[in-house]
Each structure stands twice: as C-alpha cells, then as structure tokens.
Design a protein around this ligand. Sequence first.
Ligand SMILES: Nc1ncnc2c1ncn2[C@@H]1O[C@H](COP(=O)(O)OP(=O)(O)OP(=O)(O)O)[C@@H](O)[C@H]1O
Ligand SMILES: [Mg+2]
Length: 309
Amino acid sequence: MLNDPVELIEPPQDCVMVGTGKGGVGKSTIAAHLAGHSAAQGRRTLLVCVTSQDDDDLGLKRFGHGIHPDGPTVVDGQGLYRAIYERSPLLPIREVRPNLDVVPGGKAVGEIIQLLMHRMMTDGMGVTLSLARSLAPIASWYDQIVIDSAPENDSLEQLAAGAARHLIVPTRSDDSSIKGMERISLNFKAVRRQVNPALRVAGAFLYASNPTATSMHAEVKQDIRAVLGDSTPILNTVVGYREKPARNARKKGLLFGEYAELLPTSARSYDVAAGRAKVADVVPEAIIGLADDMRALSEEIFESCRKAV
Ligand SMILES: Nc1ncnc2c1ncn2[C@@H]1O[C@H](COP(=O)(O)OP(=O)(O)OP(=O)(O)O)[C@@H](O)[C@H]1O
Ligand SMILES: [Mg+2]
C-alpha cells in the first residue's frame, strides 16, 4: 500500500524520553523524578506517561493533586487516548506540583495500540507522529518535557520516540534487561530514520544497583555499548538499590526528596514497639541516600541532554 510522504514534526528542544525494552527497570520512577527535579528548579515542566501502568509516583490519583481540565476525565490514560484518537492537543492536569503538569498514563493507553495499528493502514509510519502532533500545540508552554514509555511494546515505544528529542536508557544488570535494550535500539533507529531525525541517545546507565560493585558496573557498561553502540554516552551516577524507601515513597505518592523531608518528624522503630505508631509511619533512613542519588542522576541526565545536540 502506498502512503503520502510523512510530514515531519520538529520535536521540542528539551524533550526527553525514558525508554528501554524491558519492564520493571525503573523508567517511571526516573521519569517522575526527572520531571519533579526540573519543576523544582523553576522550569515549567510537563510529564507525559505513555504507559498503561498506573504507578502514580506523584500521588495524582490517590491524593487528587493538580487541577484537572474541564470536560471528561483524563486519568487512567483516558486523556492521552482521547488526544490521539481525536487528533487533538493534549490536556494535562495542571500544577500537580508547582511548575509541573502531567498527562497521566493508565489502562486506556493500552487501547492506543489497536488504534495505531488500524491507522497504520492509511497513515503508514506517520502514525508514529501521533503523540508529536498532539504535543506540538502545547509544547511552547514548557521549558522541559519528560516522556515515560511503556515496556515491551514497539508501537508505544515508537510513539514516545516520535515526539522526543533525547532518549535516555536505564538498565539493570541482568541479561534480560540488557537484551531489552535491543528492542529500544531497533525502535530508536526506525523512528530516527523514518520520522524523527532529530532524536539522539543522550545517555544510558545502570539503575538500582549496589554502588560498590564496580567491576560488575564496568561489565554492564561494555554490554550497553555492545547493544547501543560505542558512541553511546554512559552516565556515571548509579542510583543504589533501596527497595523499601522506593516502595514506600511511591505508596505515599511522594518523590524521594519529598519523602526524605518527613524523616526528622518520622515515628521510630521504638515507637512501633511501644504501640504508638505503625510500621508504615516509619520513614526508612535509607531514603536520604536514595534522594541524593536520584538528584545526582537527574542533574547528570539533563547535562547529558544539553551536550547531545
Ligand atoms: N532505586 C531503587 N531501588 C529499589 N527499587 C526501586 C528503585 N527505584 C524504583 N524501584 C522499584 O522498582 C519497581 C519498578 O520501578 P518502575 O515502575 O519505575 O519501573 P518501570 O521500568 O517503569 O516498570 P514498567 O516497565 O512496569 O513500566 C517499583 O516497585 C519501584 O518502586
Ligand atoms: Mg513504568
């Protein structure tokens, strides 16, 4: 079938996608923290969640943060689905934090896959620019845009990549995470060749690992380069593996830095033992290191994006 040539869309200057082909690596955690970091620096920031998971790291659904747009609900990925379906501008939830707007992910994002497949017959590879088209009318409102992406789905990964200027790739150290990078690598190349020549890999990095396992880190760097190419910038910051504070922070809808601020007034284990507090009220001390690591990673990622022109 013949299609008209694709009309390209220049991605916004500061628009970074977090992507890797494997699930559960830390993409959504990193995307939310990148967006939060940028907003906290006074930059008008938009987080777009192209993922059917409903992680709610920002407590948007559970605690009702933010100002919702008029009209039908945009939560659970419904706003994103509608914008793609109607070919209309994205309608973010405003001020989820100061300077931070969000287009939430959720179940309805899964339905975008069929929609894209159907439209592929008439629009060809142009469907990959569906998100870019819905983002373009509002992109100038923002100094920074962060796109979270879905794992193990080529159409959604390409949809996100079609709208972004920079791609950053987190990985864990296991073989299946490294293999997962092959998927993002193929999608990156296809999108760049066909619809978004401005797309660049701004960095790849090991995420959630023991910071002292330096020889293992060196091996992973080699693995990353073998999959993504020798010129791939490898970031130095390794955020430590700290399951409890990461899990607790998400449950409370708080970013790591926000959760760390609760530590001085937190209940202690002796309060739990005395029956004055519940385990869930104790803020783990390891949140401090986790928040510091994530801040350092966010800074390094944005620095690497600035260099990747
Ligand atoms: N530094 C960390 N140490 C330990 N666990 C972490 C850390 N950061 C995030 N996690 C946890 O790892 C799990 C996966 O993280 P996340 O949801 O961000 O990954 P993902 O790549 O977005 O997953 P999916 O592919 O399902 O969208 C979550 O339970 C999260 O709380
Ligand atoms: Mg995710």
